[in-house]
Design a protein around this ligand. Structure first.
Ligand code: ADP
Ligand code: MG
Length: 289
């Protein structure tokens, strides 16, 4: 008399496998028993199973995204002391952590400041919060990514390597200004910035302000073009205790993290101002070789 339900259960297991519903396969027995005991309507039983399957699917997806994000361990918002960087608005960081708006528009976030100021920590913490909200993030040292892209270029696979990065809503480029550079390297970086422009977001951390980026891009025209694209839709945090006093009044008026529109002309000016100095540096380097 009990043989029929046994056979049905086995067949149901097979069907749930076929339908790729592992959570329902796992829980339906207990749920069915509870539903029978408590007299649930069939619709409630079905809805409960579907909800569990979806919740478990989300959990597994986030787990996968966390593994692929390569975030440095232990750098969370909970253990980030916002009072150590009073120029940063915690509310604004929390809003960015929702991801809506800026990631959809491919806008950027740029963290400046001297070493040890918490740029990497904050970038990783924002990345983690975004993954937990369902976004896809890749955290990488800029120099590592540049190397990977260079290899891809040599193998004539640069385009597909860039396309693969498209699946990430946010690419965190840590230590942007620390790349060991030659013309080919910086041009892959430039191509990456251009490829993501207004489509996919970048979070950049850098010890040097834009004015020094002529040292990242040896060609000043490329520096201008890269910075122009980066800041066009960007939030910029200056995690700089030195410049904190100078900037606080400004930041309070405009809200911390100025819109890039206010930054661009000044940025470009600074780059031009620094150009002569960098030309000198470049010729010094040439002389040394
Ligand atoms: P940066 O990338 O600016 O050089 P890091 O993020 O690597 O600085 O910070 C250096 C160390 O100090 C890290 O261990 C980081 O977790 C810690 N740290 C920096 N700022 C903060 C902060 N505001 N709250 C908590 N820990 C911080
Ligand atoms: Mg760092």
């Amino acid at each position: 008399m009990n043989a029929t339900p046994m056979i049905d259960a086995q067949r149901l297991s097979l069907m749930l496998n076929e339908l790729r519903l592992p959570t329902i396969k796992h829980i339906w027995g207990d749920f069915a028993a509870q539903a029978d005991k408590e007299g649930w309507p069939a619709s409630r039983f079905l809805a409960a199973l579907a909800e569990h399957e979806l919740a478990e699917r989300d959990r597994r997806r986030i787990e996968r995204h966390l593994a692929e994000a390569h975030l440095p361990a232990g750098k969370t918002l909970d253990c980030f002391a916002f009072d150590a960087v009073p120029m940063i608005s915690k509310a604004q960081v929390m809003a960015l952590c929702a991801g809506d708006g800026w990631l959809e528009q491919g806008a950027n976030l740029i963290l400046f400041g001297p070493p040890g100021g918490g740029k990497t920590h904050l970038a990783a913490a924002i990345g983690l919060a975004l993954v937990e909200r369902g976004w896809r993030v890749l955290f990488t040292r800029t120099s590592d990514l540049v190397q990977r892209l260079q290899v891809a270029r040599r193998e004539l696979a640069l385009e597909s390597a860039m396309a693969k990065l498209d699946k990430y809503h946010l690419l965190v480029l840590d230590d942007f200004a620390y790349i060991s550079r030659d013309q080919a390297e910086t041009s892959v970086l430039f191509e990456l910035i251009s490829a993501r422009y207004e489509r996919r977001s970048l979070l950049i951390t850098a010890n040097q302000p834009f004015g020094e980026w002529n040292r990242v891009f040896p060609d000043p025209a490329m520096t201008l073009a890269a910075v122009d694209r980066l800041v066009h839709h960007a939030t910029i945090f200056e995690m700089n205790v030195e410049s904190y006093r100078r900037r606080t009044a400004q930041a309070r008026r405009a809200g911390a993290g100025r819109p890039a529109a206010y930054t661009t002309p000044k940025v470009l000016e600074t780059i031009r101002d620094n150009q002569d100095e960098n030309d000198e540096l470049a010729s010094d380097n040439l002389n040394r070789h």
